[in-house]
Design a protein around this ligand. Structure first.
Ligand code: GDP
Length: 473
């Protein structure tokens, strides 16, 4: 690639390297310093591009407080499988489509906006926390408010607990929607009490988390839910400056046969306009068309509006940040830089330089963070509790394990993505990871440690903990 960028033949580069005592072939990696030397040797001037350069002038726009205008809340629905996430999303959407409106054919673009009493609310339409954590893992916080759906006939289940942990880890305010209230065996009170055990204190139990009883199937009390969202949103005083170059995040993206690369982008600041040059992750392009969730063409998109954009040269990933830049050359430069970085990272990962428990502890030590995050998975709930109990006892005033998530059952992708986004290692007792989880762990460098003796697990944590205690303390 270096040869290509210098418009030289790669054989000449290989020859030169050989002369310098470096046996290399095309496709091998050289570091930036060497690349710079070589480029100079071949008579080129070098300009380094770093992530700092990339970020500069894109994400560092300082907004004046007086330019900040209220913006709609962005809501994600989470909860256990079959508790009614999809039904609720569909019910809200169908109930709120303005009847008789032209072009009112809803398109599933990964997010939609509804209106309640003249106020807008944006829903991320990919239920479950996979998208939520994928974004958080990439540093993009797209959600302002999380709705925790719990079916009143089934109450709190493993993924309910997972969702709670995800929401808490993200520090996003929660509203509890107790769903399926129409069912004869619905027991909303049981849901409330069980939530207490997971430190979710709803209002009727003396807590501060709003709870709403709904039926997605019958459309009962959807307004109540929307009101709760608006109330929460008011407390958050969500604002963005619409009068600046746009910034946002990719919600989903696909390659469409007819239209090319199509990305659903949630605008988070500024106003996105047709003709804007955007960078999205390591792709870029000029915005050719903007469409809303009803497939209508728009000229521009303001903050909190989810829109499909056409015109990107490639397909970015969910969670990629989007920014408008001044010139095509700059967009290309940033995209190419990022493509290179991700290639290098992939190569480094293959070389086995993954983050390990030790590295994590070392990092924690450097930052004087006297706690470290862990995900605990075990075969039965009894073991989970035994491990957590023992870990609690290991903790001292200076250092403590922080359990970001625990549960009985095999390790899944969501465990790994939660570990990734919280920087945790996964401690597995008598359970294995499924293939998807293993692949994701490999990709993201999350460490999974397997044990079949609790004592060994505790020993490792103890060792890591004592490493955490800096000698001078
Ligand atoms: P998800 O997996 O959380 O997205 O759950 P779904 O929305 O797919 O719902 C799972 C099942 O529960 C479906 O058969 C729905 O029809 C049903 N369901 C969802 N909401 C309600 C409700 O409020 N009342 C009743 N009786 N059934 C519901």
């Amino acid at each position: 690639e270096l040869a290509q960028r210098m418009a030289e033949r790669s054989v000449d580069l290989v020859k030169y390297l050989m002369k310098e005592g470096q046996m290399m072939k095309p496709g091998d990696l050289i570091d930036a310093d060497m690349a710079e030397l070589i480029a100079q040797e071949f008579g080129h001037t070098v300009r380094r591009v770093t992530e700092a350069d990339v970020e500069e002038g894109i994400f560092d726009v300082e907004d004046n407080p007086e330019d900040m205008k209220p913006r709609p809340p962005v809501v994600t629905i989470m909860g256990h499988v079959d508790h009614g996430k999809t039904s609720l999303l569909d019910a809200i959407r169908n109930a709120k489509v303005v009847s008789g409106e032209a072009g009112g054919i809803t398109q599933h673009i990964g997010a939609y906006q509804v209106e309640k009493d003249g106020q807008k609310i944006t829903f991320l339409d990919t239920p479950g926390h996979a998208a939520f954590t994928a974004m958080r893992a990439r540093g993009a916080q797209a959600t302002d408010i999380a709705i925790l759906v719990v079916a009143a006939d089934d109450s709190v289940m493993p993924q309910t607990i997972e969702s709670i942990n995800h929401i808490k880890a993200a520090g996003v305010p929660m509203i509890v929607a107790i769903n399926k209230i129409d069912k004869p065996d619905a027991d909303a009170q049981k849901v409330r009490t069980e939530l207490l055990q997971h430190e979710v204190f709803v209002e009727s139990m003396g807590g501060e988390i709003q709870e709403v009883e709904v039926s997605a199937l019958k459309g009962t009390n959807l307004d109540g839910l929307l009101e709760a969202i608006l109330l929460q949103s008011e407390l958050l005083e969500l604002k963005a400056n619409p009068d600046r170059t746009a910034e946002g995040v990719v919600i989903e993206a696909k390659l469409d046969k007819g239209r090319g690369s199509v990305a659903t982008v949630l605008v988070q600041a500024g106003t996105l306009k047709i003709g804007d040059i955007v960078v999205a992750g390591d792709e870029w392009g000029r915005v050719r068309a903007i469409l809303n969730d009803r497939g209508e063409q728009l000229k521009e998109a303001e903050p909190s509006l989810p829109v499909e954009i056409l015109g990107l040269n490639g397909t970015p990933q969910a969670g990629d940040r989007v920014a408008v830049v001044e010139e095509e050359a700059r967009a290309r430069e940033i995209a190419e830089y990022r493509q290179r970085v991700s290639r290098e990272k992939a190569v480094a990962r293959q070389a086995g330089s993954r983050g390990s428990l030790e590295q994590m502890m070392a990092q924690a030590r450097d930052s004087e963070l006297a706690e470290f995050p862990l995900v605990i998975k075990a075969d039965v709930q009894g073991s989970v509790e035994a491990i957590i109990g023992a870990l609690d006892k290991l903790g001292t005033d200076e250092v403590q394990a922080r359990i970001v998530h625990s549960g009985a059952g095999g390790i899944t992708e969501t465990d790994v993505s939660l570990a990734e986004s919280t920087g945790a290692a996964i401690m597995a007792f008598n359970v294995r990871a499924n293939k998807q989880a293993r692949d994701l762990a490999d990709q993201s460098g999350v460490e999974i440690r397997y044990y079949n003796i609790i004592y060994n697990l505790l020993d490792d944590v103890k060792a890591a903990m004592s490493g955490l205690l800096s000698p001078e303390r």
